[in-house]
Design a protein around this ligand. Structure first.
Ligand code: IZC
Ligand code: ZN
Length: 407
């Protein structure tokens, strides 16, 4: 006896497998028509004709609509105090993202607000946002620290992510990003700050199993490639998997480093060089691209098609954060993936499902609709995949199902 049967599915669109799809394989999305899905104990147990489906306690009628895997948001800065609307007019008058940071604003203004916030306050805010993300079709969320920039407040952020994972029905993957900016206490001493993170923060994060990944902002005026390498190699020694914000604004060797030391994923890659992309392809690095950030910072769009042509697996995520991407609706970057990266709807679907799951080490559990995987599923207010990606600006998620339960 199944717990849930989703019947009358018009179009079921899903990639397959438990690994990232590289390059042209990203278009390998299976389309099934007029079928049903059964779920038991949160796991998909049947996909096929409705007449052969097992009996079920609960039935959900998809009424001929499109069904896809739940969206995976593989890059967010979810846990933070305050917002940054006070910098909006400054930005509109032409102030650059890195100049605002240099003047002590940007990330550092969010650090001030996050340090001042109680853990419960951060938890309640992030939980509320997560539930809204689910209403837009997101079922798994990666969340980074990086607004504490000291031991106590980095741990506070990471504990919030752990509690979100334990206390909500969504899955969260935690990334330690203590190297997000140089805090005021270490102004103009990034080397000392990286030593501090490596010696006094990361070992505790690892011992307390508060993070799965480690990330660093490798950028002009933040951390250079040499310091990034020092930190990432230490993180690897401590058992963390590696991510890097690489060439988001300036090409400072981030993508070259990512490829050379075989990071699990490289984020942004907006300004990545041909050489960097070549090394990432060779190193099997997943590109985690964030088109909503290009939009918001008025920057070029990453060369997704070039990366795919070089054989990289590309994931697309929201980069939700209070500065460069204050939006957590994945449907917007999905739309941009087609319009700006020139991905087909099938490729873009792979980018926000199986490849995004692979980018955060979850592709054996979620990211596709297959027997044995988590029942993480969205029923869309759309008749087919093309319609989902072509419409724009309104929420098209009708039902979000996480581990077999309707959220
Ligand atoms: O708060 O500005 N790029 N980090 C690197 C961010 C954007 C988040 C922020
Ligand atoms: Zn980011």
């Amino acid at each position: 006896m199944a717990d849930l049967l989703i019947k009358n599915i018009g179009v079921l669109a899903s990639p397959k497998g438990s690994k990232a799809l590289k390059g042209a394989d990203m278009g390998n999305v299976i389309i099934d028509e007029n079928c049903a899905i059964a779920v038991e104990n949160g796991i998909i147990t049947y996909i096929g004709a409705e007449k052969d489906a097992p009996p079920s306690k609960e039935v959900l009628n998809a009424k001929g609509r499109l069904v896809t895997p739940g969206l995976i948001d593989a890059h967010t800065h979810l846990v933070f105090g305050g917002w940054r609307q006070h910098e909006f007019e400054l930005k509109l008058s032409g102030a650059a993202y890195l100049d605002i940071l240099k003047a002590g604003g940007g990330i550092l203004s969010t650090v001030e607000k996050t340090r001042a916030a109680e853990e419960d306050e951060l938890f309640d805010k992030a939980k509320g946002i997560s539930l809204k993300m689910a209403a837009y079709g997101t079922t798994t969320i990666e969340a980074k620290s990086g607004y504490g920039l000291n031991l106590e407040d980095e741990l506070k952020q990471l504990r919030v992510v752990k509690r979100l994972n334990d206390e909500t029905s969504l899955d969260f993957v935690s990334t330690f990003m203590g190297a997000h900016a140089v805090p005021p206490e270490y102004k103009d001493r990034p080397e000392d700050y990286i030593d501090f993170i490596c010696e006094e923060v990361m070992p505790i994060v690892a011992a307390e199993k508060l993070a799965d990944f480690c990330d660093i902002f490798c950028e002009s005026g933040v951390f250079d490639a040499l310091l990034s390498e020092q930190l990432l190699l230490k993180a690897r020694e401590l058992g963390l998997r590696l991510k890097i914000h690489a060439d988001e604004i300036d090409p400072v060797g981030g993508s070259e480093l990512a490829g050379r030391i075989k990071c699990h994923s490289a984020e942004h890659l907006i300004a990545a060089t041909d050489e960097g992309i070549g090394l990432c392809a060779k190193g099997g690095v997943i590109a985690c691209l964030l088109p909503a950030t290009s939009f918001y910072l008025d920057k070029p769009y990453a060369r997704a098609r070039y990366m795919m042509d070089k054989g990289m697996a590309v994931a697309v995520a929201s980069d939700f954060n209070p500065g460069s991407s204050p939006n957590f609706n994945m449907q917007f970057p999905m739309n941009l993936a087609c319009l700006k990266y020139k991905m087909t709807p099938k490729e873009a679907l792979s980018a926000v499902t199986i490849n995004a799951a692979a980018a955060i080490g979850m592709a054996d559990k979620t990211g596709s609709i297959e027997i044995g995987k988590k029942a993480d599923i969205v029923i869309w207010e759309a008749p087919d995949l093309e319609y989902l990606f072509y419409r724009y600006g309104n929420n098209q998620a009708l039902y979000t199902i996480k581990n077999g339960g309707i959220i």
